[in-house]
Each structure stands twice: as C-alpha cells, then as structure tokens.
Design a protein around this ligand. Structure first.
Ligand SMILES: Nc1ncnc2c1ncn2[C@@H]1O[C@H](COP(=O)(O)OP(=O)(O)OP(=O)(O)O)[C@@H](O)[C@H]1O
Ligand SMILES: [Mg+2]
Length: 269
C-alpha cells in the first residue's frame, strides 16, 4: 500500500511538472518569437554596414586609423552577440514548439547504438570510455525517432560535460544500458562518473533555463525538453546523483511486442 501511495504521489508530481513545463514553454516561445523579429533586423543592418565598410576599404576611401579598428572591433562584437541571442531564441522556440510527433516502430537495440555512435568521437577526444550494454532481443518501441534521439543526445552531452568537469581528459566513463523491465516497459540508463549534481541543485535540474554551465555554453533547456518528450511518450524520467561520484539518468518507455511490429526500422537522422 505504501509503495502504491508513493507511486501515486510520484505520478501526480510528474503530471503537475509536465503541465507546468508546457505552460512555461508556451510563454517562453511567445517571448522568443517577439525578440526574434528585431534580432533579424539588427542582423540585416549589421550585414549592410559590413558590406559598406568592405566596399569603402576596397576603394581606399577609409584611412586605417585606430578609430577604424575600434569600430571594426565593435562591429565584430555586435555580430557575435547577435548570433548568441539568435541561438538562444532558437533553443527557446524549439522548447516551446508543440510539434506533432510522428511515432514509428523502432528496434531500440539498433537505435541506441546508432545514437551512441554520434558521440563516440567527442567522447574519445576527452578520453572518455563508453560502455554499452543492450539486452539482446529488446522489445521494440513506438515513438518519434527524432525526439528519442534528442533525449539521448542531451543526456550524453550532459554526462560528457560533467565528466570533463571532474576528470579533465582522462578517467571518464559513460555507460549506456538498456533492458526490458516487463513485457510492457523498457528501461534505458545513462550513467557517468562525472561531477555529480550538488544537493542544492537536485530539485532544479528539470527547471527550464536552470544551468550551471558557463555563460554562452548551456541554455538550461536540455533536461526540460527531455522531460517533456519522455512524459508525452507515456514514459518516466528519473535520476540519481552523488556529488563528486557521478549521475545516472533512467528513462522508462512503453514497449511494444516485437511480433506486433512488422515494419523495418528506418534509421534516418
Ligand atoms: N549528468 C550530469 N551530471 C552532472 N550535472 C548534470 C548532469 N546532467 C545535468 N546536470 C545539471 O543540470 C543542469 C541542467 O541541464 P540541462 O541539460 O537542462 O541544461 P544545460 O546542459 O546546462 O544546457 P543545454 O542542455 O541547454 O545546453 C546542468 O547545467 C547541470 O548542472
Ligand atoms: Mg544539457
């Protein structure tokens, strides 16, 4: 009974969090959309000024004085910062977008391996060993491939960042594990031996825009997006973390029987 009660509480909490995320997503996307328009105009104006400048230089109508260099520096800075704003507004728009998902039958054992391959190069550059253990004959799932890929990549990239923070470029371990918990559910675990999450941040990580990464690096939307996607798939996402030891994210998603899926998995990213 106690277990049922706690599961009910968790489910309730998850539903409240999901609907709050949807509301925040909608509001943030509204802001981002409004900011995006003037941003595009600034970008166009910058391009125009830059063109005029290059033209004048080519014609020898500009004296290469210190003032000119200062102006050029300022222009470069404007360009860089506008690009940064554009990246952030794009991320927010993506977060708030209510895209219709297009579910398809996916063979998870093939799919997870394909997504993992996308980060192997990045991991090896940082001396991170990847361990992958996927149960043979894992049931299939019926989900949007692009969205599941986005979730896994977000988790892998977070893990890699945390590993680099703790280990630098040697001693990192990232492990991916998938198995069926029942006929109807599959569990995927992404574990790292990185920095871990500080106890005061444990209840903040799914909050949109919460990030501990340096300015300009993270938008803090990764996990909020992952959480929304998994919840919409009818799944759950939980985590366990210990400071200076590592973090494990666990996803559970509904499985379909292999016998029911007669379509071949089409791995296109
Ligand atoms: N595997 C992990 N190990 C340690 N901390 C983590 C891990 N995953 C997430 N976090 C913490 O949760 C925060 C929020 O993660 P989230 O993915 O939402 O945003 P982000 O990675 O900071 O930025 P973005 O994903 O938008 O680039 C991170 O800044 C980090 O502090
Ligand atoms: Mg992230």
């Amino acid at each position: 009974m106690e277990q049922m009660d706690s599961e009910k509480d968790q489910l309730g909490e998850q539903l409240i969090r999901a609907s709050r995320l949807a509301e925040i997503g909608e509001m943030a996307a509204g802001f981002a959309h409004e900011i995006n328009n003037p941003l595009q105009i600034i970008k166009n104006e910058y391009t125009l000024i830059d063109m005029i400048f290059s033209d004048l230089k080519k014609k020898g109508q500009l004296n290469e004085t210190e003032n000119l260099f200062d102006i050029q520096d300022s222009l470069d800075q404007i360009h860089k910062q506008v690009e940064r704003c554009a990246t952030i507004t794009q991320a927010i728009l993506k977060f708030g977008r209510k895209d219709e998902s297009v579910p398809q039958d996916l063979d998870l054992s093939v799919f997870i391996a394909e997504v993992t391959k996308m980060v192997t190069k990045k991991a090896s550059v940082h001396g991170i060993a990847i361990k992958q253990s996927i149960s043979q004959g894992l049931s299939w799932v019926h989900v949007d491939a692009g969205q599941l890929q986005q979730v896994l990549l977000n988790l892998y990239n977070n893990a890699i960042d945390a590993i680099i923070e703790r280990h630098g470029s040697s001693g990192g371990e990232l492990s991916i594990e998938a198995h069926a918990v029942s006929n109807t559910q599959i569990e995927i675990r992404v574990a790292d031996n990185g920095s871990g999450i500080r106890s005061e941040n444990l209840n903040k990580i799914f909050t949109p825009f919460f990030t501990t990464k340096p300015v300009g690096k993270g938008t803090g939307l990764g996990l909020a997006v992952c959480y929304g996607i998994i919840t919409k798939m009818g799944g759950q996402m939980t985590f366990d973390s210990e400071e200076d030891a590592g973090t494990t994210f666990t996803i559970r998603i509904p499985a379909i029987h292999q016998a029911l899926s007669n379509k071949k998995t089409n791995l296109r990213f």
